[in-house]
Design a protein. Structure first.
Length: 138
């Protein structure tokens, strides 16, 4: 069990001005911000970040979407961070996300689903170091 997870506020969330509300929900959920960056990814960067999904049918659309506007990348800290954060954000498909979850409240579609959350402790560190050099030491 690790205490960090990585998240991005995706282009739909930033464009819809949900940045403040979503960060407030993270803090209300007990997460502390360890690092934060507002950045517009190139398609090349988005493609590299989502390399694990390159065989999936939605990969090209996902890369285009994730490079369509600015995002906010963050490292968050809490006990059992990865699992606790995925509970807070809800299911990938917002129509299936539980009431009160971030994706239920703010996501537009299964693709434009407001936020990313790491799926394992190992990926939390890989993803954090993709954006923030201080996590390369872990
Ligand atoms: P997750 O973000 O809940 O971990 P993943 O399966 O890892 O979900 O998929 C990564 C991202 O790819 C999703 O957050 C979403 O933006 C997009 N995605 C996943 N499944 C689909 C789909 O069926 N159609 C379009 N986009 C999808
Ligand atoms: Mg995932």
């Amino acid at each position: 069990m690790s205490n960090i997870t990585f998240t991005m506020l995706k282009p739909d969330a930033v464009a819809n001005n949900y940045t403040g509300a979503i960060i407030s929900d993270f803090i209300q959920g007990g997460f502390k911000i360890q690092a934060m960056k507002y950045i517009w990814l190139t398609a090349k960067q988005a493609g590299k970040f989502y390399d694990i999904h390159k065989e999936r049918p939605f990969y090209n659309d996902l890369v285009a979407y994730m490079s369509s506007g600015p995002i906010v990348a963050m490292v968050l800290e809490k006990d059992n961070a990865v699992e606790s954060f995925r509970t807070l954000i809800g299911a990938t498909d917002p129509t299936k996300a539980a009431e009160g979850t971030i994706r239920k409240k703010y996501a537009k579609s299964i693709e434009a689903n407001a936020v990313h959350g790491s799926d394992s402790d190992a990926n939390a560190i890989i993803e954090s170091s993709f954006f923030f050099s201080q996590f390369e030491r872990f």
